[in-house]
Unconditional design. Structure first.
Length: 199
């Protein structure tokens, strides 16, 4: 499987049997894939060749790829009380070639224990860890520790330096894609931080 980051929370994941596109942006960049996951609801661009578009919570399976979408919010309840209600977002958990991936969309609050337990094992976590995230650094780390993924792909177009410092990353150049054949390539003990360049 190859993972390519485009911008913000937009990715393409190319497996042997299907290609999944997450949050295709409306910036004019043409993307192609079989399955589209949109944590932005209907605010998403069209993807060439897409068989299915999932922009609502639920459980699905397409091309042997199991998918679960969880409803969440862009703000915590306390923030909503102070600053008005947040928008909905969708967290997606899916599996490609035995690799379990969780994309947290525009999440703005820590996850309940029920959601964390429902997720179970996560190999790769995609989370907005920039200064423009809906999450504070403290909440980002709390979510990371509760999910306990084997690897993290930071997403978002803002500054990630505070997060990188927190997790001890010094080389932040990144690659144009991340390729993985099976979950055994990921560490069992030390958590891997996968940095991607925009593509």
């Amino acid at each position: 499987m190859d993972i390519i980051w485009h911008e913000k929370s937009s990715f393409t994941l190319k497996g042997k049997n299907a290609t999944v596109v997450i949050n295709p942006g409306k910036d004019g960049k043409k993307l192609s894939g079989d399955i589209v996951l949109s944590s932005l609801g209907t605010k998403t661009a069209k993807v060439e060749g897409a068989m299915k578009v999932f922009d609502w919570p639920g459980e699905y399976e397409v091309s042997d790829i199991p998918i679960i979408g969880y409803s969440a919010w862009t703000k915590s309840r306390s923030d909503e009380e102070e600053n008005g209600s947040g928008d909905r977002t969708i967290l997606f958990y899916f599996e490609i070639e035995g690799i379990k991936i969780c994309h947290l969309g525009s999440l703005g609050h820590v996850l309940s224990s029920d959601v964390v337990n429902s997720l179970g094992d996560v190999d790769i976590l995609m989370i907005n860890a920039t200064e423009e995230s809906n999450l504070t650094l403290k909440k980002i780390m709390e979510i990371v520790e509760s999910i306990d993924p084997r690897a993290i792909i930071p997403m978002g177009d803002g500054n990630n330096q505070a997060f990188f410092k927190e997790v001890g990353v010094e080389n932040t150049e990144g690659d144009k894609r991340f390729s993985i054949k099976n979950p055994g390539e990921l560490p069992d003990e030390d958590r891997q931080i996968i940095i991607l360049q925009k593509n």
